[in-house]
Structure formats: structure tokens, C-alpha cells
Design a protein around this ligand. Sequence first.
Ligand SMILES: [Zn+2]
Length: 408
Amino acid sequence: MSGELMKYAIVIPDGCADEPQESLSGKTPLQAAATPAMDQIAADGVVGRANNVPESLPAGSAVANMSLLGYDPLEHFTGRAPLEAAAQGIELDEQDWAIRCNLVTIDEQVMRSFTADQISTDESRQLLEALSAQVDNPALQFVPGVSYRNLLIYRGAQSPAPFGADTRTTPPHDLTDKSVLNDHPRGPGSDLLNHLMSESVDLFADHPVNQQRRQQGKLPATNVWLWGQGRRPALKQFAELYDRQGAMITAVDLLRGLAALIGWQRIEVPGATGYTDTDYAAKGRAAVAALADTDVVCVHVEATDEASHEGDVEAKVKALEEIDRHIVAPLYDALSKQAEFRILVSPDHPTPLRTKTHSHGPVPFAIAGTGVEADGNQTYDDVTAAVSELAFGEGWKLMKYFLDLTGK
Ligand SMILES: [Zn+2]
């Protein structure tokens, strides 16, 4: 199956790109963290920067990882929900739409919690079942997920979906502690979405699940918040585009979905949590093992992004050190024993500790391996990358460069 013997590895420390920190004596987290393996890759190869999120698209993992995997998001990004649907094995026909259906807590028109206080999967399921029964629309299918992360599928076979490219919705995590008044769905199909959201308010108010949550001192799930809508993106298989097979290791549905849509194998690693307590070493071992069966092995780690969302500089530095020691180092070591290999380290987008949320802007990358001539840089970090001559204004073009050292 494999087109050649060259082996490739990609490590994605999600959202690790950042600004200099006062608490780190003016260093960025990547500069401050002890990352000898990443620095070795920089010293052996090249450091550059890539812009994975075009200005017109939302800054976040969905768009940024689509770029990083070699697909132009301006051409292919349709929304976040269809990627998560793919992760769950939900087939979308051409006329279907997937919509994210968070359970949230809104109080006096302010978004108190975009997770409904980390509502349990079971509670979430009960609320969605009640809503689904009340709505009684055969085109609408509520799909419970994990905790607050659910999906609503609009099946368009009987009556065409009312949504369009101009339908606007807002991610609830962008509204934390802010007024939601001006951020309800707008544009085509927004009547339906707003109607569902307000229907849930009345239905959930005295639902037994919420009565119990209040008794336990937890925030109630006041309503569903609908966002991230889109149709199935038309992504060519990676093997067809790039002539290599791939495998993805991640704990995050977005990445699983992207992998599924581009025809990559997904490797589930027990202990991979998508949080700062993830089992880094297990991911590293799984990645090394996967090199035997595929051409491109990609390891995505969410912990750096989570630490950023919490504004926790120490946790971010520690997560980088764990990634370096338990994932990058063993992978680089294993690859170095191959006849031909290349390794790429790159986050998807910046998540500055200052703002605690995803941002636009370039991310630093390092590449080493067969055919890569050292550029004289000694360390992998944001500051080195910022002055590098190797820059990709369209981040999706980096994949071709990484695989073939062409296109630049
Ligand atoms: Zn991300």
C-alpha cells in the first residue's frame, strides 16, 4: 500500500504558540520549557512559521488542523459540527446539516457556563430526549454525545434544510460571562434554531434533571445552544492527494472526524484524555508502534490548549515538557533508525495565555529528517520562527513541503 519507504511523524501540541510572558522572564512558553528533543529537531533541520487560519474564518482547531493536514480551509471548511459528526460515525448525505447542540447555563441573558457546569452524559441524554419528544420534527435528530457536547442533525431528504452559508451562529465558549443578547443565530434558518433554543428554556426549567442539579448545588442546564452548523465537507482522500497513508492519535473528536474524512486510520490510546492529565507516554508508544503500519503518523495533544484556556502558564510549560520527553523524543529516536524519515512539530493555532482563547496568527514549526538541510537555528520556539525566512502564508501548503520538500 505504501508508496515508498519514507516514514513521517507529525506532533501537534495544540495551541502551544504564545507570547512572551512576564512570569517567564519575558520568554514564551516554548522558550521557557525544557524541550531538548524539539530543539534537536530545530538544530538538525529547519524552523519556520505557518498561518493556518485565514482571517475570514474562525480561529480554532477545526480550521487550523484542516490546514495543518494539508487542506485549504477557504475551500473546504463548512463548519465544526460536520467534523464531529464524522468522528462519531454519523453519515451525512449531501442535503443534511450537522449542528452543535451544547447544553449551557444562561442566567439573566449572560452565558454562565458553556458546559452547563460540566453536565454528565446521562443528564444530558435525558434533557435531549425530552426536547426531541416535544419538538417532534422528523427532519431533526438529536444525537447525545459526551457531557455537554451533543449534535443536532437536520435530515434534508424530505424537506430541504433552511440553512445557508450566511447562517451565523456564535460558539458559546466565546461568550463566557458575556451577554448573549446579540449572539443568537441570525440569517437563513435562524428562526428554526432560535425556536428550538427558546423551546428548550421552557422545557428544561423544571425538568427533574435540573431540580436535582439545583439541590446538589450545581448550575442547571437552562437551554440548548446551537452553533457550528455545516454540511459534510468534500475532502479528497489524503492518499489520493498526497500519495501516502496516514494514522491519527488524538483524544479530541474534531481531529478524529478530520482523520475519518481524509481516510486516515484512527488509533485509540487508553489514557488519552484530551486534558493535562493525559497519558503522554502511552501516546508516544502508540505513535512509535504505528510507524510500522503507515506512512504518516500524527499525534495531537490537547493539553497545551487546555492549559491556555485556563490561563495556567505553569501547566502549559509542563505539558510542553511532557510532550517533548514522552512523544517527540521517542518518535525522533525511532525515526532516526529508519532509512528515510521526516518529522514535523507544529501547533495548529496560537492560544495566548493572556486572552485564554484561540487566536489568528502564525505558528512556529520545525522539520528535520532526510533531505532537510540545517538552517542554523538551534531552538524551536515562537521567537526563532518569527524571524525565519521559511514562512507559509497559507498553512495548508506546509504539508506538501513536509512530504516532498517542494512547493516553497
Ligand atoms: Zn486547537
